[in-house]
Design a protein. Sequence first.
Length: 191
Amino acid sequence: MTTAEMASTFGEMLVFDHMIQQQSDPSVRFAMRMRKMADTIATVFRQVALNRFEDAIHTARREQGELSADQMAAYWLQTQRAMFGDSLTIRDEYGLWWSNISHFVSMYGYVYGYAFGELLVWALHARYKQAPEGFADRYLDVLRAGGSDWPHKILAPLGVDLQDPQFWHEGLDLLDAFIAAMEEDAAHLNK
C-alpha cells in the first residue's frame, strides 16, 4: 500500500521536470513551481493530519466504544487546528467535514500512503538526478514487484534504506533546491 502512490507521483515528477526545463519565462516557471509546491505541501501535511484524525477516532473507538458525531467532530477539529495552527481560524461548523472523505470509511489506514509516497518520490527523484545510469531499469523492476513484498524489500533494488534518515534528507535537499529555484524565479518577476 505504501508504494502504491509511487508510480503515478514519480511519473508526474518526471513530466514536471521536463516541462520546467522547457520553460524560459520566469513568471511561468514560478507559477508552475508554486503549484507543485502547493500540491506537495497539501499532500504531505494534509494527509498526515487526516492520518492523525483516523488514528484518534479509531483509538477512541477501541477505548470508549461507538463515537457520536460530536465526538468525531471534536477529533476532526483538533487535528485540523493542529495542522493549521494560528494561520487559519477553523470554525466549529467545519467539524463534520471529515464525513466528506470516503477513505475514513472504505479505506481506513490508507491516507498516510499519500504523504509517504510524496516524500518517497522526492527522495527517489534526488537519487535519479544524482545517478541516472541504470536507474530506469531498476525502477521498472520495483514497479513490476507491485505490492508483492514489504516496501523496504521492494525498494532495495534502488539502493533505498527506508530506515536511513540520509535517504529522506536527499529528498528534502531536493525540495530545498526547488524552493531556491522558485525564489530565483520570483526575483526575476520583481525586475
